[in-house]
Each structure stands twice: as C-alpha cells, then as structure tokens.
Design a protein around this ligand. Structure first.
Ligand code: F6R
Length: 609
C-alpha cells in the first residue's frame, strides 16, 4: 500500500516529512526514506529497512538539511523489504528522486527498454524505472518529463518527484492510488492521506486520476493529462486526527471493509485480463508439475482457513483435483499422507502464523511442493514456500480480517483457473466467462456495500441475543462459517455455522421462538433446498435474516428481513455474500459498544503455538 509525503516551504523538510510518515505507517512499515534537496542544490537520500524509527535514528546521526523533499513508508510488493529496495529511488546521477505508491505493471518491459538505452538498475522494484524514465524524457521541464514518463506507465501510482534541475518544486500525479495536496502559508504538501499533513494544514485539494500538480513554496498548480490548467475546489478538513487516520470511518475494520472493491481489483491486476491466459506472476510451478498433482492440501488458520474451504470447492470444481482443507494446528500433528505429487497451499494474511509455518515446513520436509498465499512480502511463509502468490490487500490493521479474506478468495479463483488452464479441465470459453465475471466483482462489492440500513436495523433489534446461527449449503456454508467467526470475535455473541442439510441431525433441537438465524440462499442449484431449511427453522419460531441473489424475492415470504447481492456466476458469489456478514458483525459489535478493532483476547498475528 505504501505512504508518500512531500514538503516545500521555508522550514527544514526532514522533521516535517518524518512526522507525516509517522501518520502513514498504517499503510506499511517495511522501510522508510526521504530525499531532500539542500540549499546548494544537491540531492540527499536517506533510507533504510524496517520501521520509521530506524530512519529517525539514521537522520539523527547524519542529519539532512533542505527546504524541499519527499518521503516514503513502504509496504513491499516488488522486491523484498531491504535498504536497496527502499524508496526514494533515484536515477544513477542522483538528479531525480521519486516516491511511489502503487504498482507499475509493465515495469519489466520499461526496465529492459531503459537498459537498452544505457540505464542501470540497482533494486528489484518496479518504481526504479520511474526516475530513469523521467531522466530519459527530461528536456528542461520537469512537469513535461513526468507527463511523458507517466504516459509510458501502466498500472497504479501516486508519485512525488523532485529534481536538482528544478530544485524549487515537487511534481506529483496519481492514478488509482490516493494523493492529496495540502496548502499552507508559504509552504505546500503532498500526502497519500490526510493524517500525514493534519498537523500542518487543514486545507486540501483531492486529486483525481491523471491530474498533475506542481508545488512550490508560493503556489500549487494543477494540470490535466493534456497539460491544461485546472481550477479545483479547496476543501477544509474538519476531522480530528484519529478520524483522519481511518479515512473518516469510525474504525479500521469498517474502513477495510470499504477498501474491498479496490484491493480485489489490485489483486487481479495483471493476472486476470480479458482474452489473455491467467498469469500468476513469478510462480515457477511447471505445466508438467501441475499435471502430476494428485492431491492438494490447503492449510491455514481462522479466516484464512475459511478462504481455504472456498478454495477446495473452487479447485475441485475448476481443475478437478481432490483437495483437503486442514486447520494448520491439526495438520501438523496428524501424520498426513504426503508425497512428491502432493501440492500444499498455505494461506496466511500475515505470513507469520506459527502453526501455518510449521505445517509448511512439515509438508516440504516430506517432499510436497508448497504455494504460499500471503499478504506480506518477505514474510516467513513467503520465504520458505516454493512459490508465492501475494494478495494485494495492503496492511490490514483491524484484528478481524475482512479485505484479506476477499483477496484470498480471489487468489483461490486464480489458482483454480490457472490449474484448469494447465490441465485442460475447462474450455477457453469457460475460463473466459469466469474471468469476465471476476472483473465485475469490484463494482458488485461496491453495490453490496449499499445494504447498510437493513443490516443496521437487524443489528439494533437482535444485538442483545446471546446466540445466533448461520446456515448455508455448498459455498454458502463456507461463507456462513466466516460470518459466524466475524460475529464471535468482535461482538462476543456466540454463534454456530451449520450446513443446511445437517440441521435436522441434531442442531434443530436448539431452535426455539425468537432464535436468530442468518440464512444464506445464494446458490442457484441449492436454492429450493435452502428455502426448505429456512422454513424448518421459521416454523419453530426462529427470526431469520435471509441472504439471496437479486431477483429471488420469494425468499422474503420465509424471512424477517432480506438482503440481496448482485448476480454473478455461482462459484464467485462468496466474494459478495461475505460482505453483508462482515457488516452485520460490525454493526452488532457497535450496538454492544465493543472495541471493534482490538477485540479482547485476540492478536492480529499469532506467532506462537
Ligand atoms: C479472524 C482472523 C484470524 C486469522 C488467523 C490466521 O478475523 O483474522 O482468524 O485469520 O489468525 O492469520 P493469518 O492469516 O495471518 O495466518
């Protein structure tokens, strides 16, 4: 995710940049750095691996003077966290420095092209192409050079650029990554987010995609991609610092729930494209190895385990390989049957969960190949697995996982499709149709987020209950488990998830007048059967919140309240159906006055057994 800041004015830039970065550490903390132009016109770059405190220590020992500069806090995507991969990145002559948040999808191509023109590269990052491109195009006008460089770039970016050629200005631009401009008295700022500048100014411009800005001590000029000057409205921010850090949301959890359309899109970027085969970045597993797999284990804990259950349905359905899903803490002690035709997929947001890591080591020791699905570049599982697929969800701060889960689902679809492609279990048309539907998911998640009122009302009427049940069949059952876990962990309401058909084998004895049930009936092939299960519980007095696909309004006859999600092919529905359940858990916890972001007894990353 990364955070960027920039300052130009009459004060020393370093302390202002560092203070701004400290407010952006929630966006990443793999490394930090600044580039400052001193009054003699020299570029001074100071950067290092690790949290901002390391950079602060370095700057204390070797202070960097200057009234203009840019800063960065990194969440690694391309290249492990290291001093070398830290931002800012410069051209070889150190005349141009860049901080970047986002991903340059065509960087390999640009890099090769620049190498052919004599440019040298020192990092593994996508970002390093940018100062070199700006250098290539520089012809006396920094804005013009940045515009030309950007026109060659595909992907997402928020950029801050400074150059010793024009040492009085910062040039910035954004596309699909956030960037704001802060306006002060004889000083101006750029930042990824409002909190970074809130101690300096409350007057901001919110930039739109492909808008360029030139900041000097005395002014801010904004230009369109065509180079025309734009007059924008200056906003006065009234949020307090705490609200600003959460993007105006009350909690990180609800902010992260709302980030899902963006991070789902990011996770598919350059991997799922219409008319092109599914491309899984650096995955080294060969077609022959994929053909030879006779068993897949998906191993994970908690929410990641629930994503694995969806993964089982998906990989079996799309690639026709038998899949077992295991809780990591069970897997490692049950002496599973593993050989060199076994593939293990470990799923871990943090990449540091002790049990998941131990299961990975066990499987590798017995000859299995391991693919890690993780959100953290350079994490333990990413280092120890044979292959890594990153979920590009950005840092997840709330303890309850939301955006990591939906991006894990996306990754399961991508693996399923990739295997289907290599094993010829689906036709090109079938693969194309799933991919096309996947590309509509960001927009459909956005639509699903609009159902807040029904959920808020349902939560207000039911939060005092001590127990709840979640019912579903097939993929809905997998999502019901995740909905139940979300509710338990943040609202402390006891809940159970049941497969609809299993109800009458015992659990239905618990249903009595007033029992609260959330019933998922999104799967077309199981819809009628699920409606029968709903009737079984309503007959016994249960109050049911039904979740169905738009158009299936007859579900309303059987339930107290109903929520609808947009239509998409059955296998992809979990990405949409989990969203109302995340919101429901959130509103329940709010009603109960719980500490949503830091639920009792829980830690974000469980690094002990
Ligand atoms: C629940 C939650 C946990 C984690 C679990 C695994 O909201 O966040 O259940 O999913 O502790 O963590 P990772 O994915 O980091 O291995």
């Amino acid at each position: 995710m990364c955070g960027i800041v920039g300052y130009v004015g009459k004060r020393q830039a370093a302390p202002i940049l560092v203070e701004g970065l400290s407010k952006l550490e929630y966006r990443g903390y793999d490394s930090a750095g600044v580039a400052i132009i001193d009054e003699a016109g020299n570029m001074n770059v100071s950067k290092c691996k690790g949290r901002l405190a390391n950079l602060e220590g370095k700057l204390e020992q070797e202070p960097v003077q200057g009234l203009i500069g840019i800063g960065h806090t990194r969440w690694a995507t391309h290249g492990e966290p290291s001093d070398r991969n830290s931002h800012p990145h410069t051209n070889e002559k150190e005349t141009i420095s860049v901080v970047h948040n986002g991903i340059i999808e065509n960087y390999m191509h640009l890099r090769e092209w620049l190498i052919s023109k004599g440019y040298k590269f020192y990092s593994e990052t996508d970002t390093e192409v940018i100062p070199n491109l700006v250098d290539y195009f520089y012809d006396g006008n920094l804005l013009d050079a940045v515009m030309k460089a950007v026109s060659k770039m595909e992907g997402s970016y928020a950029l801050g650029v400074v150059s010793t050629y024009e040492p009085d200005k910062i040039v910035a631009v954004r596309k699909d990554s956030p960037l704001i401009v802060g306006v002060g008295a004889e000083e101006n700022f750029i930042a990824s987010d409002v909190p970074a500048i809130l101690n300096q100014t409350r007057d901001v411009y919110y930039l739109n995609d492909k808008e360029f800005v030139v900041l000097t001590e005395t002014g801010v000029e904004i230009y369109s991609a065509e180079g025309e000057k734009i007059n924008k409205e200056l906003h006065h921010v009234t949020w307090n610092a705490d609200a600003a850090e959460k993007g105006g949301f009350e909690h990180f959890m609800i902010k992260e729930i709302h980030e899902q359309p963006k991070v789902i899109k990011d996770t598919m970027t350059s991997r799922i494209m219409p008319g092109k085969p599914v491309t899984l970045d650096d995955i080294k597993i060969t077609k022959e190895q994929i053909e030879n797999i006779d068993k897949v284990y998906i191993v994970a804990c908690g929410t990641a385990y629930h994503a694995g259950i969806v993964g089982k349905y998906v990989i079996e359905r799309l690639a026709r390989i038998p899949v077992e899903v295991d809780i990591a803490s069970e897997f490692r002690y049950r002496n599973p049957i593993i050989n060199d035709r076994t593939l293990m997929i470990v799923v871990s947001q943090s990449g540091e969960t002790a049990d998941t890591l131990a299961a990975l080591r066990e499987a590798r020791a017995q000859g299995a190949r391991v693919i890690a699905v993780t959100n953290v570049v350079g994490s333990s599982v990413s280092r120890e697995a044979d292959d890594v697929l990153y979920t590009w969800a950005g840092p997840e701060i709330a303890v309850a996982s939301t955006k990591a889960y939906t991006t894990q689902l996306i990754t399961m679809y991508m693996i399923g499709l990739f295997f289907a492609q290599n094993r010829n279990t689906l036709t090109t048309e079938e693969i194309e149709s799933i991919k096309n539907d996947m590309l509509t998911l960001p927009e459909k998640v956005e639509e699903t987020l609009n159902h807040k009122e029904v959920l808020q009302k349902f939560a207000a009427n039911t939060y005092m209950h001590k127990d709840m049940f979640f019912l579903g069949r097939g993929l809905d059952y997998a999502v019901a488990m995740e909905g139940s876990l979300k509710l338990k962990e943040i609202s402390y309401i006891h809940s159970e998830a049941y497969a609809g058909g299993e109800l009458k084998h015992g659990t239905i004895a618990l249903i009595e007048p007033g029992t609260i049930v959330v019933a998922l009936a999104t799967q077309k092939s199981l819809y009628e059967k699920m409606v029968s299960n709903i009737k079984e519980v309503t007959t016994r007095g249960a109050k049911v919140l039904g979740l169905a696909v738009e158009g299936n309004t007859d579900v309303e006859k059987a339930v107290e309240s109903a929520i609808y999600i947009p239509e998409v092919q059955e296998v992809l529905l979990p990405v949409l159906s989990v969203v109302p359940l995340q919101l429901l858990a959130y509103y329940m916890a709010i009603q109960k006055g719980c500490d949503v972001d830091k639920p009792r007894n829980l830690a974000k990353s469980v690094t002990v057994e």
